[in-house]
Design a protein. Structure first.
Length: 72
């Protein structure tokens, strides 16, 4: 069974993590408040989630890539 990885935040770092994970063959889902970032992620091969809760429900591991504590 493939490890399912979830990402919260698809900014500079999160989108780079996502690209490498997808390219390595991991099942990858993510959430971001920016719809355009989610669409780029989806086009790359990831599954866009509607909330952080959905990411958590569908992931074995979660990576949080947010710019500040305030963003959390």
């Amino acid at each position: 069974m493939a490890l399912r990885v979830g990402l919260i935040g698809l900014g500079i770092m999160g989108s780079a993590y996502a690209a490498h994970l997808i390219d390595a063959g991991f099942v990858t889902s993510a959430f971001d408040i920016d719809a355009a970032a989610l669409e780029r992620f989806r086009k790359r091969g990831g599954t866009a989630a509607s909330s952080p809760r959905e990411v958590a429900a569908n992931s074995d591991v979660i990576i949080v890539a947010l710019a500040s504590v305030k963003a959390i």
